[in-house]
Design a protein around this ligand. Structure first.
Ligand SMILES: C[S@@+](CC[C@H](N)C(=O)[O-])C[C@H]1O[C@@H](n2cnc3c(N)ncnc32)[C@H](O)[C@@H]1O
Length: 418
């Protein structure tokens, strides 16, 4: 008879394990891990029924398929151990609850947990990002937040809603848009969740370009919905630069915060830039595998040629060489359409003395920054595990938030609501 040693969340893959659940099979890890995270507190009923049904079916499945002897209680303890032994567990004596929407790899979550918050629901549909999220927080995010069966798992009460939602235009020709005009966009889903759950505070993050998006109409609609339809006090949004909060990255993002009007809050102060200035040298990796990140001379020539061809055409193609005492440009990996060619553009390179490097590397010792350096540029601590390929890691950190800037702003929010 086999032992139960190998039971793990990752085993529960839909291909081998066919259980008829009301929810699509891919949500099962999310249900189970959310349950395990909330097992010791009052939220547990939110996930309990589905999670226990699932766990029991899992145990039966294991016994039938692999001739193992398991009882549900043992399996539960093992899985509990797995979700709790992670680099970023829930703080023991948490003081508030939040939800993490469009969670990516959990930049908001690190900041909110650092301030004593417990995450009670998370959603992120990208499978690679879910993988990174799970190894670091012990929780698998739910998938598509637009789906009612996902939304129904959001606990009724929580204090802060966090969301770095993708920016989309609303089709509101000529008029100031309201709640219904935003239907069909991801902001609508955020607004609907706010309407149904009425958190004390909301904290939204977006690209700086949201201000000018659709000639300013997108932001105007968002503010109108939050202030007038949803009844939140929303001060003027602020552009916050990551470099002002202790990371060597020039990254400007728009932050929108709001407080339920019933709290009577009428003013809010965004955080002041901190004095400490850091440069690339502060986050630079000391040893980097020579063949992996150093660019060939030929490749550098290709970049130079591309840059020369595209310069002045307004599409931002280019690259920057960051000296040790400089700071990086915003890290982003180009995605769709005309931006596709930008991938290398933003893999900021830096000078490293050639004398340390032998072999095929370029004459000037120019290399890409490593995923760990990108993590540091966003203020992710070194205990943050990067379990995915470099290509995925660049995408994930590029999409993420600058944790210290988020944390400084969240601290200001919490001062008013706790
Ligand atoms: C700008 S990123 C946010 C990153 C996050 N703040 C972090 O710290 O990593 C937006 C995320 O929303 C996710 N997303 C987009 N549409 C979604 C949907 N319908 N349901 C769930 N996640 C979605 C994307 O996969 C992406 O990771």
């Amino acid at each position: 008879m086999k032992t139960i040693e190998k039971i793990s969340i990752d085993e529960l893959d839909g291909k081998r394990f066919k259980i008829r659940l009301v929810e699509p099979i891919e949500e099962k890890k999310a249900i189970l891990t959310h349950y395990l995270h909330n097992i010791k507190n009052v939220n547990e009923h939110e996930y309990q029924k589905d999670a226990l049904q699932f766990l029991n079916e899992y145990v039966v499945y294991k016994e039938q398929e692999e001739n193992v002897s398991i009882v549900a209680e043992q399996a539960l303890q093992q899985l509990l151990f797995e979700v709790e032994n992670v680099p970023f567990p829930t703080p023991k004596n948490y003081t508030f609850k939040f939800i993490d929407l469009f969670a990516g790899i959990g930049g908001f979550r690190i900041a909110m947990q650092n301030l004593g918050g417990k995450c009670v629901f998370t959603s992120e549909w990208d499978k690679e990002a879910q993988k990174t999220y799970k190894v670091n927080f012990g929780e698998v995010p739910f998938g598509d937040i637009t789906k009612p069966y996902v939304k129904k798992f959001i606990p009724e009460k929580f204090d802060v809603l966090c969301a770095g939602f993708p920016c989309q235009a609303f089709s509101i020709a000529g008029k100031r848009g309201g709640f219904d005009d935003t239907r069909g966009t991801l902001f609508f889903d955020v607004a609907e969740i706010i309407k149904n759950h009425q958190p004390k505070a909301i904290f939204l993050e977006n690209v700086k370009g949201l201000r000018s998006h659709d000639k300013g109409k997108t932001l105007e609609t968002i503010l109108n919905v939050l202030r007038n339809d949803l009844n939140y006090f929303v001060p003027e949004p602020q552009i916050i630069n990551a470099k002002d909060f202790g990371v060597p990255q020039h990254r400007e993002r728009i932050y929108i915060v709001g407080f339920h009007k019933s709290l009577g809050i009428e003013s809010f102060e965004y955080p002041k830039p901190i004095e400490k200035k850091v440069t690339f040298a502060n986050i630079k990796e000391k040893t980097v595998p020579p063949t992996k990140y150093f660019l060939s001379t030929q490749y550098i020539q290709t970049l130079v040629n591309h840059k020369a061809r595209h310069e002045g055409k307004g599409n931002g193609f280019g690259y920057a060489i960051i000296p040790d005492d400089g700071i990086a440009n915003a890290i982003v990996v180009g995605g769709m359409g005309r931006e596709r060619n930008l991938v290398f553009d933003h893999r900021i390179t830096d000078f490293t003395p050639t004398t340390h490097i032998k072999g095929t590397v370029n004459r000037d010792g120019i290399r890409k920054m490593t995923p760990r350096e990108w993590a540091r540029l966003q203020g992710f601590p070194d205990k943050y595990i990067i379990p995915v390929s470099d290509a995925s890691a660049y995408k994930q950190f590029g999409n993420s938030v600058a944790v210290p800037a988020i944390q400084a702003t969240a601290e200001q929010i919490l001062k008013l609501i706790l």
